[in-house]
Design a protein around this ligand. Structure first.
Ligand SMILES: Cc1cc2nc3c(=O)[nH]c(=O)nc-3n(C[C@H](O)[C@H](O)[C@H](O)COP(=O)(O)OP(=O)(O)OC[C@H]3O[C@@H](n4cnc5c(N)ncnc54)[C@H](O)[C@@H]3O)c2cc1C
Length: 373
């Protein structure tokens, strides 16, 4: 059964869904608000569960070309620099979880996905304004005045999802009091120990932490810092930050940690919000995926992974629509994905992931292509 499917948002989750649904033979169009794809953002972490899902989308060769594979995961004390833990990462991920782990620039992940999606199926400069659903179709209005009907509409329109607002009203979110600062520097700008590893500097409080790791096959180094800031509320992937402000906040940290911040020439800054799990992900012929329904703080590095898993499971569920009916398979998708995504969302907020060891098998061995529907 071939369905006419519209996807709001051509980010990580929207493109993944688009590719998977095309593979199953549906008539798919993605509507992205941006007038063009630009290299925006910084890091994306792809743990083995995400890489396995992307493999089925045919994106693996491009990821091997673009990504880095951190050698170790190292924890250090913020002031003395003492190493408190060291885990092998690169080959261990393949041995233990059956797929590699990648760290890469978000732009490189989007390029890898865009190369797998027919460009004439993507409408740029189409911002979703409103969505309505009946029992057997969805009507979508765009801010440019256009309107389209679909058998199924997928809201993959990110943290400030217009689809979610149209279905369920304004969301409630709570500011955590923490902001994150992200920077990327060219490796040639510094010569530091551990540039090929994932290093987390655990600060004196849970609000102030620093993580660094390689991107782009090690040609770029990513710096992620969090600080407490009671009065900043702006949640944006693109808002400029201030490197000098970050340097001041980390003045008491070990010189080696500070050297990573010193190497940055610019940073972005965003407020981190807590969102409680959404009670519902679908209504009629409209369904959500990714950040639109389970945006999470970045402390488990699972935002992109959960969106990609959603996309694959949703496409597989819709493949069975001819047998069970569209409404039933959309309910099945929600039933299968919600417990896992909500759990990861909550644990990301708790920010204790792998701090004192722990078993990550349940997270990293998940296979979106074979999980029972
Ligand atoms: C510009 C940008 C930069 C980012 N940078 C990082 C980063 O550095 N590190 C990181 O970990 N995560 C980053 N993210 C978020 C990360 O990509 C997501 O958390 C994750 O991949 C989940 O994917 P998603 O598809 O649900 O959402 P996203 O990848 O955020 O995709 C949502 C897409 O929907 C589009 N959109 C939003 N509203 C509308 C609308 N009304 N109509 C049509 N289209 C709409 C957006 O432009 C975007 O392309 C960034 C996201 C964006 C949009």
């Amino acid at each position: 059964m071939s369905l006419r499917i519209g996807i709001g948002g051509g980010g990580v989750g929207g493109l993944s869904a688009g590719i998977a649904l095309c593979q199953f033979g549906h008539d798919v169009t993605i509507f992205e608000q941006a007038p063009a794809y630009r290299r925006v953002g910084a890091d994306i972490n792809l743990t083995s569960n995400a890489v396995r899902a992307l493999e089925g989308l045919g994106a693996l060769p491009a990821l091997f070309d673009a990504a880095a594979r951190p050698t170790f995961r190292i924890s250090r004390a913020w002031d003395t620099g003492e190493e408190t833990s060291r885990l092998e990462l690169a080959e261990m991920a393949v041995r233990k979880y059956g797929a590699p782990q990648f760290t890469l620039h978000r732009g490189d992940l989007l390029d890898a996905l865009l190369a797998r999606m027919p460009m004439d199926s993507i409408r740029l400069d189409h911002k979703v304004a409103h969505v309505e659903t009946s029992a057997d179709s969805a009507v979508v209005k765009f801010t440019n005045g256009r309107q389209n009907n679909f058998d199924v509409w997928i809201g993959a329109d990110g943290i400030h999802s217009a689809t979610r607002t149209a279905l369920f009203g304004p969301e409630s979110s709570k500011y955590t009091g923490i902001v994150s600062h992200r920077g990327v520097f060219d490796r040639t700008r510094a010569s530091l120990r551990d540039m090929d590893a994932f290093v987390k500097w655990w600060g004196p409080t849970r609000e102030i932490q620093l993580a660094t790791f390689p991107l782009s096959r090690g040609r770029e180094i990513f710096v992620f810092a969090t600080t407490p800031e009671p009065d900043w509320r702006n949640e944006s992937w693109t808002a400029p930050g201030d490197v000098e402000e970050v340097k001041r906040a980390f003045a008491g940290f070990h010189p080696e940690a500070r050297a990573y911040i010193d190497a940055c020439t610019e940073m972005t800054k965003t407020a981190l919000y807590y969102r409680a799990p959404l009670p519902q992900w679908r209504s009629g012929r409209v369904v959500l995926l990714g950040d639109a329904c389970h945006a999470m703080p970045p402390f488990m590095a699972q935002g992109a992974a959960m969106a990609i898993e959603d996309a694959v499971v949703l496409a597989r569920a819709l493949d069975a629509a001819g047998k069970f009916g569209v409404n039933d398979v959309l309910s099945a998708y929600e039933r299968i994905r919600k417990p896992r995504a909500n759990d990861v969302q909550q644990q990301s907020y708790d920010n204790k992931w792998l701090k004192a060891g722990g078993n990550a098998d349940w997270l990293y061995t998940y296979n979106a292509w074979t999980v029972e529907l």
